[in-house]
Design a protein around this ligand. Structure first.
Ligand SMILES: *Cc1c(COP(=O)(O)O)cnc(C)c1O
Length: 390
């Protein structure tokens, strides 16, 4: 557990500042009451500076960020949006909410979008691709970006787990036309609930900003109740408390990622001596956030045995294998739109992804690592893999 381990006085100070300066918890207006205290605005500005991206927009969640991104790009009924079979349900939910058709690709051995399958699934209706850097390992962005540019399709990066990572020295979240972030309580940095979009194009930013606020253009020449508008929208506004916490967390982001990386490599240093376990692949030039350490074992039974042994040591796994069904599209029979788009045969839609994911084990990486954590993991995994010998 990353950012939520380090919440403390810095976040409290940022919040106190609001209460010492008018207590306005709303991001817009009330100018005579707030002594120029605008925490969401400041958070957006610091966030975009950190990424060297032009525009940032704070929203209520990572799911909302995806929904706003699709709205800002004008995605509508009849359009197809492609994402990957290993993701969180939110990615597909946002596509369904935008009335577009959700298409999922197989994953490759980075456990992210397989560029070869992506190319196969593009049709004349494909308008956007949402690539996900699951649990902090970059997708094969160079190939995916090349395909999207060549086919003139928008690229959205779901950077919910990639915040603070990079590929070829270029930060995750700066490769796409839009990138989305989640600051929910389990993410690398957190505001409790919250999200952000980074956007390259000014007009797309303006549409996103209006759409996330009922269509308000926040025209400086008019009072809010007389504001100009050119589209409808919804309410996904971030509030000032979230903005305040986000500012303090952003200042800790590099430290969080550094600690996760060194803890992860320490743990892998122990685990890698075990026979028949294989680290998840990372593209060349990856700087992973290491929110989790994922390795593959020979089969599904062994993966579950790893979890049992890890629990026996008083520890736990993260997402794989226990929350597999929340993160693998091949099990989402409750999403009729996805079932229909997968020839009504979801179960057999992603055989390659399934064979990778069902034998994967993910270890949560903490910022504060207990003494003996790696050794306990080693003992658990070693026991699970040598089960038949004992
Ligand atoms: C967490 C997550 C989301 C959703 O973010 P929320 O802030 O929880 O709504 C979207 N996509 C991925 C890949 C995630 O892990």
């Amino acid at each position: 557990m990353p950012g939520n381990e380090l919440i403390g006085n810095e976040e409290l100070d940022e919040i106190s500042y609001i209460f010492k300066n008018g207590s306005v918890l709303y991001r817009y207006g009330f100018d005579n009451k707030r002594n120029n205290c605008f925490k969401v605005r400041e958070f957006e500005s610091q966030f975009s500076r950190y990424f060297s991206m032009k525009y940032a927009l704070g929203v209520t969640s990572g799911t909302a960020a995806l929904r706003v991104a699709l709205a800002a790009l004008g995605i509508k009924e009849g359009d197809e949006v492609i994402t990957q079979s290993f993701t969180f349900v939110a990615t597909v939910e946002a596509i369904i909410e935008s009335k577009a058709t959700p298409i999922c690709t197989e994953i490759d051995n980075t456990l992210n979008m397989d560029p070869i399958d992506l190319e196969k699934k593009i049709t004349s209706n494909t308008k956007a691709v949402i690539v996900v850097h699951m649990l902090g390992t970059p997708a094969n962005l160079e190939q995916i970006k090349e395909i999207c540019s060549r086919k003139k399709i928008y690229l959205i990066e779901d950077t919910a787990w990639g915040c603070g990572g990079s590929l070829q020295n270029k930060k995750l979240g700066t490769w796409g036309d839009i990138s989305t972030f989640s600051f929910d309580f389990a993410k690398t940095m957190t505001t409790g609930e919250g999200g952000m979009l980074l956007i390259k194009n000014k007009d797309v930013y303006k549409r996103a900003s209006a759409w996330h606020d009922h269509g308000h253009e926040n025209n400086p020449n008019f009072a809010r109740w007389e504001d100009t508008r050119s589209s409808s929208g919804f309410n996904f506004r971030m509030n000032e408390l979230q903005g305040a916490v986000g500012l303090a967390q952003l200042r800790k982001l590099d430290k969080i990622v550094n600690l996760q990386r060194s803890n992860s490599s320490y743990i892998w240093g122990k685990l890698k001596t075990i026979k028949n376990i294989q680290l998840r692949n990372a593209p060349k030039g990856s700087y992973e956030t290491c929110d989790a350490l994922i390795f593959l074992v020979p089969n599904k039974i062994t993966a579950h045995r790893c979890r049992e042994e890890i629990i026996n040591q008083g520890l736990t796994t993260k997402i794989l294998p226990e929350a597999y069904t929340w993160h693998f599209a091949g099990t989402w029979n409750h999403m009729s739109e996805l079932v229909r788009a997968s020839n009504n045969d979801l179960k057999n839609a992603f055989p390659k992804s399934q064979s990778l994911l069902e034998r994967a084990v993910a270890i949560p990486i903490n910022v504060e690592m207990e003494e003996g954590y790696a050794l306990k993991l080693y003992n658990a995994v070693n026991k699970a893999l040598h089960f038949n010998e004992s």
